[in-house]
Every structure is written in structure tokens, then in C-alpha cells.
Design a protein around this ligand. Sequence first.
Ligand code: NAD
Length: 325
Amino acid sequence: MARDRLGTSRPKVSVIGAGMVGGAVAQYLALRDYADIVLVGIVEGLPQGKALDLAETAPVLSYDCQITGGNGYEETAASDVVVITSGIARKPGMSRDDLLRINMGIVRSVTEQAVQHSPDAILIVVSNPLDAMCHVAFAAADFPRERVIGMAGVLDSARFRTFIAEATDVSVEDISAMVLGGHGDTMVPISRYSTVAGVPITQILEPEQVKALEERTANGGAEIVALLKTGSAYQAPGASVVEMIDSILLDKRRVLPCSVYLQGEYGIDGLFVGVPVKLGREGVRQIIELSLTAEESAALKMSAASVQDLVDAMARLGAESAAGA
Ligand SMILES: NC(=O)c1ccc[n+]([C@@H]2O[C@H](COP(=O)([O-])OP(=O)(O)OC[C@H]3O[C@@H](n4cnc5c(N)ncnc54)[C@H](O)[C@@H]3O)[C@@H](O)[C@H]2O)c1
């Protein structure tokens, strides 16, 4: 618990990376008004400026939480939750390996520094490639698996819910959706478990409509990038992280799809893959094993294989840089 300037105590959330997603996490979390927020970034003035802007929004939108920004980790000490959003986006001409190498280095370095100051925190990893970066953070933090959680499934499911709402002309509130697997184009939207007021969409929509919604969901990130031209989605990702923080810090025990380290669940061992988990004050309280059809299970295994490819590539890149050092 952080003790703030007012002498009240609230849980503390540190957001590492003061870019678009980091800023959105801080903004949506501030509106919830139950946690103090520390924004950390490498650009001099950026986290400080974003934090001050949000602090100056407080009188208008009526929140009392403290929001501070800085370039170091001292202020993050004893955080209850640390959100890792640092990283670079793939630039034209950059290979997958280049991006992987750079973001591995960034995520490893920021995680090591963050956990040094907050050894009991729960880590939420956001940086891409998501499942691979969860592996990096997990190794760098040396935390139990219950306290290293990747954000992807909440966002992917939110996108799926949006598209289902549009297709059925029903409020998003009455729609729930489940997307499993790695965060990428091999993700696995599970339509049998995606419902409108409890009724699976497979019973409401034609098979080709369902397929179109699944495909749009799997391409959800790319659709936004194509529209924005520069940068990628940050509002829905930021809000999705806050939904996870709510469940953790308010001990709500929501069942949300998150990337977690599987040890045999779903027949997958030693990999971060998106599956439904129950999130509470200690982090992951339970990994929920849905019963899947042979086809769904095969799609999940294929998605896991693409995460394994990235993990193998990281091992190779790590070995190469060690040999070069
Ligand atoms: N998991 C998801 O569903 C999801 C969704 C959206 C974005 N993302 C990922 O989240 C990350 C952040 O996205 P964004 O839009 O906020 O990007 P951004 O470029 O706006 O912000 C990235 C931040 O990382 C920081 N950074 C860059 N190099 C660094 C270094 N060497 N050390 C420390 N920090 C460094 C930058 O200062 C910047 O503040 C990206 O990797 C993006 O792909 C993931």
C-alpha cells in the first residue's frame, strides 16, 4: 500500500512505459479512483507531463488518487501491480528478429528494475510480441507464475464482443466472448463460448457470419493500424489492462482470458498462452480448462506452436548475443 501526500493509503500501480498504452492505462485507472499511479518512461519530461495533465484533470472529473511521473524507479517502490508497456513498434524494413531482439532487451531491463523495487508486485505484461515478452518478464522477475500475466485475451475478446454486438444489434453488455491462444493472427476465437444473453452465437448467426466475425477479431490490431497509419490501438488496450487491475486489486475474481504460463493445462507445457483465468488479489487464482472440440483444441495447439517459435527464436538470439559479447 502506498502512503500518499494526503496521508490516505491506496494500492499503488506503476505503469512502465509512458507511451500511448501506458497513458491510457493511467487515464482509465485514474477514473476508477482507488489506486495511486506512477508513470515511468525514458523520455525526459514525458511521464512527468502526462502525469501532471492527468492530475490536473482530477478536479474536473472528481478523483483523488495521486498520479506522478518520473524517469526512475524509486517512486514505484512497493507497487501492488506493475504494468509493462515499454517497447518499440515494428518499423518498415525491420525484421521480426530485430524487433524481438530490441523488445527482449527493453522488457528484460525494465522488468529487472521494476521488480527490484517491488518484489511482491503482480506483473501485467502488455509489450509485443505479447506471449514472448511474458516469457522475458517471467524469467527476469523470477516470480511465481501466478504473478506474471499477459494482457491480450481481454482486448481480443472485447473486439469480438464489439463485432458480435454490431452483427446482432444487441447491447455489448449482453455479449460475452472468449478468445484463446497467442496474441497474433493465430489467436483462437471460441464462438461456441461466445454468447448473446447466454445463447452461443453459433445458434444465432449463420456459419459464414460467425467466421467473418472471428476473422475480423483475429485481424483486429491490424485493422486499427491500417486506419491510424502511425501507431496502434491504445484505448481498448488501456481499458483492458484496467479491467484486469480491477479484478486483481478489488479481488473480484473475474474470469478473463489472459496469457499465463501453462504447465500441462490444455496439454501445453512451459509456454505462455491465452486461456481463461480467475484473477484476484494474489494474481492468477485458477486456470480454467474449457472443454474444447478436437478442432478448437488443434487450433489452440497451433497457436501455442507459434508462441514456441518465438521462444525458440529468442533463445537463438540470446545465444548469438552471448557469443558476440
Ligand atoms: N498486448 C496487447 O494487446 C497490446 C495492445 C496494444 C499495444 N501493445 C504493445 O504495447 C507496447 C506499447 O505500445 P504503445 O502504443 O504505448 O507504444 P508507444 O511507442 O507509444 O510507447 C512505448 C513506450 O516504450 C518506451 N520505450 C522505448 N524504448 C525503451 C527503452 N529502451 N527502455 C524503456 N522504455 C522504452 C517509450 O519511451 C514509450 O514510452 C508495444 O509493444 C505495443 O505493440 C500490446
